[in-house]
Design a protein around this ligand. Sequence first.
Ligand SMILES: Cc1ncc(COP(=O)(O)O)c(C=O)c1O
Length: 377
Amino acid sequence: MSFLIDPDVHYLNCAYMSPLAHAVEEAGRVGMARKQRPWTIRPEDFFVEVEDVKARFAEVLGAGRPEQVAVLPSVSYGMAIVARNLRLRPGQHIVVAGEQFPSNVHPWRRIAAQRGGEVRTVTVPDVAEGRGAAWNEALLAAIDERTALLALGHVHWADGTRFDLPRLAARAREVGALVVVDGTQSVGALAFPFDEVQPDAVVCAAYKWLLGPYGLAFGWFGEALQDGEPLEETWCGRRGSEDFAGLVHYTDDYGPGSARFDVGQRSNFITLPMAIEALRLVTAWGPARIQAHAASLWAPIVEPLRRAGYRIEDPAWRGEHLVGLRPPAGTDMSAIASRLAAARVHVSMRGTAIRVSPHVYNTPEDMQALAAVLTGR
Ligand SMILES: Cc1ncc(COP(=O)(O)O)c(C=O)c1O
């Protein structure tokens, strides 16, 4: 087993935070040991791991061009970079989905308020069947000539609805809008259709489906943002920063690609090696196997849950790794939460959905434990 999960715990909550794989933990320990002996840290070490981690993230994203990846501390930081460089004119708007994660909402609210624009929030349509399809249609209809930005996830972070990014992004491009994706709840577990989406930016936190440490995120920034203004003026983002002796020969030129957007102290000797190991694992499993494993876990319990009155999105409009179960009307959510806790089944209660997010370490027994609580058996 690659992970340390207590035998009596049913951890179905990777969307909250992934457990740390042994290999990732070990890389962190090695990193700490290096800091005990700083004389073993060479100037080139400030760059080698940064390049390695960028290449691995670009590969997982299916993006290529690793130099366009930036090392960030959080999703909100990456979105702030986009907000700083977005040319939002009065009367234009930014399209988001209802109840989207706040890091992909707050920056747009601020800039809309500052520039006389608007955040156009497309809430989930109130239909009994076909919610996923209807939500995607509503998003498509919201994009028009006044759209400056489409800011979405690939799956909704709380209820798992999958957004048809290739179709929505094509419409956004048609009207000249930028496309920014928060990949935190999908990249690593669900294949990202990079070439079809042609995003202008993708930002992902490392600590969920990328299996990495907390306090780290990655951003891929496309041509539209390549000459953008960073949030901070770092020394390491400058051209020639490898020459430590020449650092005070200040230059206004930035390093290649997205180097300007890298956070200060990007070369973290503990978290970057951990992220490298984590991305190695993610690549070795691959999204197809992760999805197939999760689908096999769902297969035996979907019908029993539906019979018990739970609504579950059709496979066409969900990912298998993150599924929002909607209980029958009138269900006492806090009673369910207590029963789940008593059975040591870990999921997340998000709004009116119970978010279940399995990964490779989960077993049919975990799903049976979940179903037993939810169906009251
Ligand atoms: C969709 C999504 N984006 C981003 C984050 C984390 O954002 P940040 O890195 O700004 O804390 C989360 C955390 O739950 C999330 O679910």
